[in-house]
Design a protein around this ligand. Structure first.
Ligand SMILES: [Zn+2]
Length: 273
């Protein structure tokens, strides 16, 4: 059985070689990399929602360089702290599966059985994820309409992705853990100093959510040196600043051949009540 549910009738899906199928006969083709489209046609707002090949490639190059390894390591150890011998893990907004892969590996190294799945709106990213972690299940789907059964997930991860609390609360088992990654106040500070006349630190929030108990916040901060323009611009494309920086700021950044940079994250750990 698959962790995924039929987006039309919500029945469990069975994973077959070339497709996913529910008992009512709804069928979804698997791409050759193994991922599946579970976005109902009426939820597609454009032909390729959330998809931009260039940006997905930039992001995949950057993360594959392990520049954010400290965050991945943190998520791996937090995954390892999740209770249970047999675990189900959902990476909501999994992107190219860089963190999904790390967490799956960490659980496996502990000798635990983990069924791992990820969803993202970007087909290109989901394709990377399916290649990165062939034993995982990946779907092009909306985090606001997760193709996942109610009370079925032990560990849900949301890393720089939309917060769909109602859905998260629905799919998580009672006692299940939820890891929510947000940028720290000084994240990418030196890049913002290049982009803006007057950069502002990110707001530091520690919100409480109904139905969740906050267990802890784990902060991760490091200084890294990006060694060339390609790496700097790859990272820039991953940030929200890419969309809102004036051309003059982008031009200043594009001239840099090296950048010493603070990376800073906060992982909020919640337990579903
Ligand atoms: Zn169905």
């Amino acid at each position: 059985m698959s962790l995924f549910r039929c987006p039309i009738c919500a029945a469990p899906l069975r994973r077959e070689d070339r497709s996913y199928r529910c008992q009512k006969g709804h069928s979804y083709d698997r791409a050759k990399e193994g991922y599946v489209h579970l976005l109902p046609a009426n939820k597609k707002h454009s032909k390729n929602p959330g998809d931009d090949k260039g940006m997905a490639a930039a992001r995949n190059r950057f993360l594959s360089g392990d520049w954010y390894l400290c965050l991945r390591r943190t998520l791996e150890s937090l995954a390892a702290e999740t209770p249970g011998q047999r675990l189900t893990l959902l990476d909501s907004g999994c992107g190219e599966g860089y963190y999904t892969q790390g967490m799956a590996r960490a659980l496996k190294e502990q000798g635990r059985t983990a069924a791992v799945c990820g969803v993202d709106l970007s087909k290109t990213s989901v394709r990377y994820a399916a290649k990165r972690l062939p034993e995982g299940e990946f779907a092009v789907a909306s985090v606001y309409h997760l193709p996942i059964g109610t009370d079925s997930i032990d560990l849900l991860v949301n890393c720089f992705s939309p917060l769909a609390l109602e859905e998260f609360s629905r799919v998580l088992k009672k006692g299940g853990h939820f890891l929510y990654v947000v940028p720290g106040p000084r994240h990418l500070w030196e890049m913002k100093e290049v982009l803006y006349e007057q950069p502002y630190p990110n707001e530091e929030l520690s919100p409480d959510y109904p139905g969740f108990e906050r267990l802890k916040v784990v902060k991760v901060e490091e200084k890294i040196t990006l060694p060339d323009s390609q790496t700097i611009m790859d990272l820039f494309q991953m940030t929200p600043y890419y969309w809102k920086t004036p051309a003059s700021g982008t031009a200043r950044l594009a001239k840099l051949e090296q950048l010493d940079l603070t990376i800073s994250f906060a992982v909020h750990v919640y337990r579903r009540l």
